[in-house]
Design a protein around this ligand. Sequence first.
Ligand code: GDP
Ligand code: MN
Length: 391
Amino acid sequence: MNVHEYQAKEILRAHGVNVQRGEVASTPDEAEAIARKLGCPMYMVKAQIHAGGRGKGGGVKLATSPEEVRAHAEAILGMQLVTHQTGPEGKLVREVLVAEANEIEKELYLGMVIDRDSSRVVIMSSEEGGVDIEEVAANRPEKIIKETVEPAVGLPPFQARKLAYGLGLPQTLIPKATQLMMALYDAFIACDCSLAEINPLAITETDGGQDLVALDAKLNFDDNALWRHEDIEAMRDPHEEDARELEAGKSGLSYISLDGNIGCMVNGAGLAMSTMDLIKLHGGEPANFLDVGGSATTETVTHAFRLILADEKVKAVLVNIFGGIMQCDVIANGIIEAVKQMDLKVPLVVRLEGTNVELGKQILADSGLNLIAADGLSEAAQKAVEVAGNQ
Ligand code: GDP
Ligand code: MN
């Protein structure tokens, strides 16, 4: 799960990370009022969408008065913001963060991710932060310094200092950088994050000298740990989630929207993966990943069909179910029942395997429904690709 920048900053602030003051607004009136309350020489008005690259897309603006904050909020709120992460259709901006702006001397990068190879948290930092970090990673990877954290120890000060020196920070900022990194790591672990990113982490100029401030913040959370973070779960923004994925989650189905045209109804994640692989092998593209789980009932199968068919991209449906705990005859009856309830306009390819498979196939054959039966997984995928292509 993702949250907005303003929410990520609230979380980080609570863990001791230095972030700018600011509040979120959904109208220009509110934006102006927040600016007046903040009462500072410069403000940032920032579109709140779950995507990066907002600055380049025109969703991050500097203002020097509450009136200008209002004008920027008017322009940004309601805009369909297109960035390199939103796709060409962009995302509708419903809220803006109005924050105190800082005078920036230098933009750095600080990120934490779970590295799958080492199964540990890896901290990455670079003195070339800002809007082009992807370009740095691609062309000058030596500019990104990495440190792996030993989970039993946590992030010790010496390791944070090593990263801080690697950033080329002036001596006076080393203690601040160390504290900030340790606070970020603390938040990462406490909130079960899968990613935490501060880009830019800025060296700022203030009256009191230089400071280190997180000007942007991005947090991703491990969905499997959300049950123990009600406060984070409450930050979920349904507008930012795929409506079908949300609905599927409520009924215990695992559903992920993809870009192709073959709807896949499968039980078990491993079978879902191999089904998608075979569709691709035969030259097709899956429209989704839909796992009805080990104990699919007529209700879950009907629900799954409804989700798949609600997607206009779907030109064929491939049902690939292994009757292990469930028996194939029960599944066959479930499919027939579901298809009868739905107005199925696209071809349906069914492959069953497992307990009572012969009986299951017989039930499908006798149903009088227009289904395409397949024996093997590869044959099923091939037929689905073929009929989807003919639509
Ligand atoms: P992103 O483009 O979605 O990653 O949004 P950011 O929050 O990173 O903002 C984009 C850029 O706006 C940053 O790289 C900065 O250059 C600039 N920016 C953000 N906050 C401030 C600020 O407080 N002061 C100034 N001068 N620039 C800022
Ligand atoms: Mn950023």
